[in-house]
Design a protein around this ligand. Structure first.
Ligand code: SAM
Length: 283
């Protein structure tokens, strides 16, 4: 009997593995290698250059937490920019707000979107929403060339800071995001993990840059079983609103959005960080 496993190194001496039922697709694009798998434990999942992006079983925590924390902070958000996010999960969560008028998604690799539409309809099926415009180009270039302060919210749903995703962790990129956000704009970005050294170093580097650009710069946590250590972070940077003091939890609850991970108690609790994480961020 075939004993097929997908494995990912979480550190030089730690691996995470999923038993694979079927390796359904593989393609090398000009940007990265894309693979789709089926497993019993995690359902369908896909990798870019050998690293897990999303699995059917746990994608909900990432996509709900990147979206609902800033939305609950300012329920008047109307224009949103998503950078990366080719699987469509972040856009799916945004489309649940009828108040959002425009969602621009900038994904460098069109093949991620097209293959997600084929293999991952559970995340990609809202990419055809009438409010969504897809741009297939480098997010770094897109924000550089964007002239106006047009966005209320920018969500950076990126890969790790290696290869094509590296620029999305640069000071220059964060400065451009600040410039194109409205006076009360919010930026949420994929912020790596505090646990294993190589991820923690990137977490710290990203936070150090953002806190010098935005007046409010915080970090919040969530549980993502298939990302290194399972303990993962988003960065919350804002020109005006504080995610705890200014959030509208009662109004958010009234919207009746059904979620599997996020709730308005988590809105406040997710900003409470363990001591070793606080220390690392403050160092
Ligand atoms: N949730 C995932 C995680 O944290 O691992 C991220 C998934 S999402 C598929 C990441 C996407 O960012 C990829 O599809 C990749 O092509 C895209 N991406 C990477 N660098 C980019 C860039 N410079 N501009 C736009 N999109 C980029």
């Amino acid at each position: 009997m075939l004993d097929l496993w997908y494995s990912e190194n979480w550190s030089d001496e730690t691996k995470f593995s999923i038993k694979v039922k079927e390796h359904i697709y593989s393609e090398q694009t000009p940007f990265q290698k894309i693979d789709f798998f089926v497993s019993n434990e995690y359902g369908r999942f896909f990798t870019l250059d050998g690293l897990i992006m999303i699995t059917e079983k746990d994608e909900f925590s990432y996509h709900e937490m990147i979206t609902h924390v800033p939305m609950c902070t300012n329920l008047n958000i109307k224009n949103v920019l998503v950078i990366g996010g080719g699987d469509g999960g972040t856009v799916r969560e945004l489309t649940r707000y009828s108040s959002i008028e425009r969602i621009d998604m900038v994904e460098i690799d069109e093949r991620v979107v097209r293959l997600s539409q084929k293999f991952l309809p559970f995340t990609a099926d809202k990419l055809t929403d009438r409010r969504v415009t897809l741009y297939f180009e480098d997010g770094l270039k897109f924000v550089k060339e964007c002239k106006d302060k047009i966005y209320d919210l920018i969500l950076v749903d990126s890969t790790d800071p290696i290869s094509v995703g590296e620029g999305l962790f640069s000071k220059e990129f964060y400065e451009d995001c600040f410039r194109i956000l409205k006076e009360d704009g919010i930026l949420v970005n994929q912020h790596e993990s505090p646990y294993y050294e190589k991820y923690a170093t990137e977490m710290k580097k990203a936070h150090d840059k953002i806190k010098h650009i935005f007046p409010i710069a915080k970090v919040y946590q969530f549980h993502q079983p298939t990302y290194a250590s399972g303990h993962w972070l988003f960065g919350f940077a804002s020109k005006k609103y504080d995610p705890i003091k200014d959030c509208s939890t009662e109004n958010w609850d009234k919207l009746g959005i059904e979620t599997k991970y996020y709730n308005t108690e988590i809105q406040r609790a997710c900003f409470v960080l363990p001591n070793y994480v606080k220390k690392k961020l403050e160092e």
